[in-house]
Design a protein around this ligand. Structure first.
Ligand code: MG
Length: 288
């Protein structure tokens, strides 16, 4: 199934998107302003899927919001998780923080307020704040069942589904503060959507992630090339921390980021970045 959040007729709705991505059916969900999160929580409690609450609409007639427009807490994000991406940063200021395969993933967070809809505008903070805006096409895992100390072998049982994010990054700010959170957490720096595809329809361990700047293919990776796979990421993030339904783990970006070019190719006002993931769909966001 594909769960989405949208605005239509001046009201927020949550519902199902048809397999071809063309039709939206609203469901009788409470607190639709919170997106799909209350539904994920009710399904985790074993409650049934709510009934339809209105006629089907063409997706072209609705305004898609982020499926999780305001996550309950910070998004877990994984750094440097594709081999080719780690290699392209080996010549940059990040060369000293490359993960080794026998150690641990890099994990940082983005604040919930970074999240915007799949076609919303990313607002650049201004040159006084940052001059090095970069893009990161990523598969995001949505947790569906709470758990702590989840072993790799049972990790996939905790996945509700998957969505697409752009982990927009200010590289100069990341470097300036040692910790990455500030450079990753500017308002609007996490476009998300267009919906959540449930884990029974897509195996996030086996899909293709692409990113385009103004239509030019820059990133083209496959999730099987992750250094730390999805079960390992869930195991890691749940060590002593209870993961909750609706938690988001952004799994890292493939090679081809702007920072990896010589000279770097930073995003500028007027650029449009599109992330496409096979089996889910695409998000496309202008930068202003
Ligand atoms: Mg990232």
């Amino acid at each position: 199934m594909r769960f989405a959040s949208w605005r239509w007729g001046g009201v927020d709705h949550v519902g199902l998107i048809s397999p071809d991505g063309r039709e939206a059916t609203p469901l009788a969900c409470r607190d639709a302003a919170a997106g799909v999160l209350p539904l994920i929580e009710s399904l985790a409690r074993g409650e049934p899927l709510p009934p339809a609450a209105g006629p089907r609409l063409p997706v072209s007639a609705i305004t898609l919001r982020a499926p999780l427009p305001k996550p309950r807490r910070n998004l877990f994000c994984v750094g440097r998780n594709y081999r080719a991406h780690a290699a392209e940063l080996a010549g940059t200021v990040f060369r000293d923080s490359l993960p080794k395969e026998d150690t641990w993933p890099i994990v940082f967070t983005k604040t919930p307020e970074t999240v915007i809809g799949p076609f919303d505008t990313v607002r650049l903070p201004g040159r006084a704040v940052t001059e090095q805006i970069d893009y990161e096409s990523e598969l995001a895992v949505i947790i569906g069942r709470h758990g702590r100390d989840i072993p790799r072998g049972r990790a996939m049982d905790h996945v509700f589904g998957y969505t697409v994010v752009n982990d927009v990054s200010a590289r100069d700010v990341q470097v300036r503060h040692q910790q990455w959170d500030l450079g990753k957490s500017f308002d609007t720096f996490c476009p998300m959507g267009p919906w959540i595809v449930t884990a029974d329809e897509l195996d996030g361990r086996d899909t293709r992630v692409r990113g385009y700047v103004n239509g030019e293919l820059r990133q083209d990776g496959h999730t099987r090339d992750m250094i730390f796979d999805i079960p390992t990421l869930i195991e890691t993030c749940s060590r002593g921390i209870t993961l909750l339904p609706g938690d988001v783990i952004a799994t890292g970006t493939p090679s081809g980021v702007g920072m990896g070019f010589t000279p770097p190719r930073w995003l500028r006002a007027g650029d449009v970045f599109k992330v496409q993931i096979d089996g889910i769909g695409a998000i496309e966001n202008p930068f202003r």
